[in-house]
Write a protein that binds this ligand. Structure first.
Ligand SMILES: [Zn+2]
Length: 443
């Protein structure tokens, strides 16, 4: 009896561990939200006003909920009926296959999985939190942070985004959530809807990047290095052993490889004279200011940090050279890359994937001397089955010329059924037959 009780407790703790990995993400954190309409794309929710259920029975497709701030309370309208003012409104998903559609007034709508909590902040605006499984959040971040068409590039982005998230899990703790949905943390502008991104995230599940001491590393990334990444101390304060400048020809000939900006000579020289007390009447200094060139990344121009110049002139990168035209009295800044240049170049990584270079080699190229660590968070049989199923979905998607709604719904449904299996069973047994009518959702 005691032994079986112990087994049950162990199994329960496994279930708790898996579901406990949820994060709270503040949505629309850069916007002031005065009104939001919420509808249901999939599954059913229970809606609570503080601790009390607001409407029975479970709410799903067809219902429309509108929330507006009134003082420090949330005013609730459901299908046009007044449901009063409350401190916090909670939308609790009834299973793993639940999707909410959020329509703030004057902003583009977004969809999210998981739970939602809505209250009013001290400025009298709606304060919206999405509570969601960690890996679902990561897939949404990957979709928002990188473009591409290969699961391997999404695998790389998932590893660095997961590492960042775990290292910064308490970034907004004092404000009652883990992350905001903007680049201050990581962009999370929708739930993930693409199977190749879901596959990339699953292929990397549990993978993080650590230093020689086994500690999670900082994983800065940028759009394009322009051909050479930057040392951390040349952009920020400290030298970090794994954030070293490397040659990066993989970043050539991509969308963000080159840029040009034309600046009036007087504006340029006056900037150095007035803001940085540079003696622009000294001939050699003046010449340097008008003919500065970088074949390799430099850090300063006449003593002024290039990072400062980049900010003040809103340049895409610090990696630029100057051509001066004495006739027009204008100078052309001809630059390479986009972003701060430290860590991983996303477009370089995209090119490397295209060349067939493995995800771990890509990570080691940009985060020199760092290591990839893997913790198994899902049973391997589940991961294998998920990867096999989703690969098949991607293949079918490629062969289909038109992406009809029914086709998308079909693969989403299959994915959700897979996820439900993981919830249902400690270890998924692929030999078990799935019953056709086992899982039914309204689409
Ligand atoms: Zn943030």
């Amino acid at each position: 009896m005691k032994k079986s009780l112990l087994i049950i407790i162990c199994l329960l703790s496994l279930v708790v561990d898996a579901s406990a990995e949820r994060v709270r993400v503040r949505l629309f954190s850069n916007n002031s939200i005065d009104n939001i309409a919420i509808s249901f794309d999939l599954g059913t929710y229970n809606i609570y006003a503080d601790d009390t259920i607001l409407i029975e029975p479970e709410v799903g497709i067809g219902k429309s909920i509108e929330l507006t701030p009134v003082g420090q309370k949330v005013h609730v309208t459901i299908d046009g009926y007044n449901y009063g003012n409350h401190n916090t409104i909670h939308f609790t998903a009834n299973d793993t296959a639940c999707i909410l559609c959020l329509n703030p007034r004057n902003l583009k709508h977004r969809t999210y999985e998981g739970d939602l909590h809505v209250s009013v902040n001290k400025n009298g605006k709606l304060f919206i939190i999405n509570e969601v499984e960690f890996e679902t959040y990561i897939a949404g971040v990957v979709q928002s942070e990188i473009y591409g068409d290969s699961p391997d590039i999404f695998r790389v982005q998932a590893i660095i985004s997961r590492t960042w998230a775990l290292k910064n899990i308490n970034k907004h703790r004092s404000e009652g959530y883990n992350f905001c949905d903007q680049v201050h943390c990581q962009a999370y502008l929708n739930r993930c809807v693409r199977p190749d991104i879901m596959l990339g995230t699953m292929l990397s599940s549990g993978m993080t990047i650590v230093d020689n001491q086994g500690k999670l590393i900082d994983t800065p990334f940028h759009s394009n290095s322009g051909g050479q990444t930057a040392n951390s101390e040349d952009v920020w304060r400290s030298a970090v052993p794994y954030l070293r400048s490397v040659n990066d020809t993989f970043s050539y000939h991509m969308r963000q490889s080159e840029w040009v900006k034309v600046i009036n000579k007087d504006k340029w020289l006056n900037y150095f004279a007035s803001k940085h007390k540079v003696d622009i009447h000294n001939d050699s200094i003046r010449n340097l200011l008008l003919s500065f060139s970088q074949s390799e990344r430099k850090v300063r121009l006449c003593g002024v940090p290039l990072t400062r110049i980049r900010t003040d002139f809103q340049l895409k990168s610090t990696f630029f050279s100057i051509i001066y035209d004495s006739v027009t009295e204008r100078l052309t800044l001809s630059g390479h890359g986009f972003g701060h240049g430290v860590g991983l170049s996303q477009e370089g990584a995209i090119r490397m994937v295209g060349l067939g270079i493995s995800y771990d080699s890509i990570i080691h190229h940009y985060y020199t001397s760092a290591h990839i660590q893997k913790n198994d968070i899902y049973p391997s049989s589940y991961v294998e089955h998920y990867i096999q199923q989703i690969s098949q979905i991607i293949e079918e998607d490629k062969q289909s010329n038109t992406q009809t709604k029914s086709k998308k719904d079909d693969w989403l449904g299959r994915l959700f059924r897979l996820r439900d299996r993981e919830e249902r069973e400690e270890v998924y047994d692929p030999t078990t037959e799935e019953l056709e009518n086992d899982w039914k959702y309204d689409w």
